[in-house]
Design a binder for this molecule. Structure first.
Ligand SMILES: *[C@@H]1O[C@H](CO)[C@@H](O)[C@H](O)[C@H]1NC(C)=O
Ligand SMILES: *[C@@H]1O[C@H](CO)[C@@H](O)[C@H](O)[C@H]1NC(C)=O
Length: 372
């Protein structure tokens, strides 16, 4: 009797221990299945881009470095000396210069650009489409405010092109189509062999003296990329000086094609300013984020919230919550986090300083934007 009851107790004890272990196991499994696994999946979904960007040095090698050309300039040094310092001769008369852009809605950038380049441009060529690169219908913004640009009227060749509105197509195809149309518009504007042609986005502004140098000096390379300082949101946030897409060409009929990718190894140093997302109104940021070729970066609708956008602008942080696109761990880590504020407004486009009141949002210390 005693023995039996002891056996019974020990069996029930074993049973309850087993149940305990099973429950413990279940609990861990449940926690794993319903908490950790989903958290990991959400984490990868939210930060997947960051993870892959962080490991970019492992899956992508950096592009071939450029051959830099030292850029000499001082306002009190004569053009013949400047040309000679670059190893070039001076011409008897300057080349004609064409500045050609595709326009979307960057009104202020266009004004600053054209005022900066005005003294040296033969023809300003502007093309706009009623389609964004991503195939959304957009107004012909330049046409609506053409009056604001009366100062270039005698030297302006304006063109409109209809979008193709193909759903689900890669935005780079519409972009290529519009650049091709710009080639035709340039011929219509009367460009000739050996004229200088500036190929760049509206917000990539070459400095005036750079264009003056290139139009006066002989024997400059047939194609040159321009190294520009990179700014984000305004000239308060300079994040590096590695913008290179803008280029200057000695035009060759039948050969020169309007492009925005790498076309040569030559890169002329310190040639101007590239201000990305430098908009006056929060609504412009939202439009650009929707219309931009990289719409996949707007992963969450709260990315388009005006308050969030305003906070990010003032911090110099990243609108898409992405890591820097760099090719070495050192550069990625070095550029993580917000861009430091700059308090220098030295050597910016002169028109900006002459009209500082109107353009103060582009200058240091004025990050707060109006909605529209
Ligand atoms: C620069 O040149 C201008 C006129 O060419 C002259 O008035 C000025 O004094 C010069 N400045 C310097 C620092 O040499
Ligand atoms: C876009 O512009 C083209 C040419 O200017 C025009 O023919 C076409 O109707 C426009 N498309 C829309 C949807 O407005």
């Amino acid at each position: 009797m005693f023995v039996a009851s002891k056996l019974a107790t020990s069996t029930s004890l074993n049973m309850s221990r087993l149940r305990c272990i099973l429950q413990g196991f279940d609990l861990k499994a449940v926690i794993f299945l319903f908490l950790i696994l989903p958290a990991a999946i959400i984490g990868i979904y939210v930060h997947g881009q960051k993870i892959s960007y962080f490991f970019r040095p492992l899956w992508q090698s950096p592009p071939k470095p450029f051959t830099p050309i030292t850029h000499y300039y001082h306002e009190n040094v004569s053009m013949s000396t400047l040309c000679k310092l670059h190893g070039w001769g001076i011409r008897e008369y300057p080349r004609r210069v064409y500045d050609a852009v595709l326009f979307s809605n960057e009104v202020d950038m266009l004004t600053i650009r054209w005022k900066e380049l005005y003294p040296y441009i033969t023809q300003f060529v502007l093309l706009e489409s009623n389609s964004t690169f991503t195939g959304l219908l957009k107004p012909l913004n330049f046409k609506k405010i053409r009056d604001k640009f009366n100062f270039v009227a005698p030297r302006l060749t304006y063109g409109e092109i209809g979008g193709r509105f193909r759903k689900g197509e890669n935005p780079f195809i519409e972009e290529a189509y519009q650049r091709l149309a710009l080639d035709q518009l340039l011929r219509y504007a009367g460009i000739e062999d050996d004229d200088l042609l500036i190929m760049s986005d509206v917000d990539e502004i070459p400095s005036r003296h750079t264009i003056d140098l290139l139009r006066w000096c002989d024997e400059i390379p047939p194609i040159l990329h321009l190294q520009l300082k990179n700014y984000l949101y305004s000239y308060e946030f300079q994040y590096d000086d590695l913008s290179w897409r803008a280029s200057v060409h000695r035009y060759q009929m039948g050969k020169t094609r309007y492009a925005h990718y790498r076309q040569t190894d030559y890169l002329l140093s310190d040639s101007g300013w590239h201000c990305s997302f430098c908009f006056r109104y929060i609504s412009d940021f939202i439009f650009k984020m929707k219309a931009y070729s990289h719409t996949d970066r707007v992963r969450f609708s709260h990315f388009l919230s005006p308050k969030r956008i305003q906070d990010i602008i003032c911090k110099g942080a990243n609108l898409y919550d992405m890591l820097p696109e760099e090719y070495t761990f050192k550069d990625i880590i070095g550029k993580m986090g917000p861009i430091p504020h700059s308090y220098s407004a030295v050597h910016l486009p002169s028109f900006l300083l002459e009209n500082a009141e109107n353009y103060k949002y582009l200058l240091p210390g004025n990050c707060v934007r109006e909605f529209e």
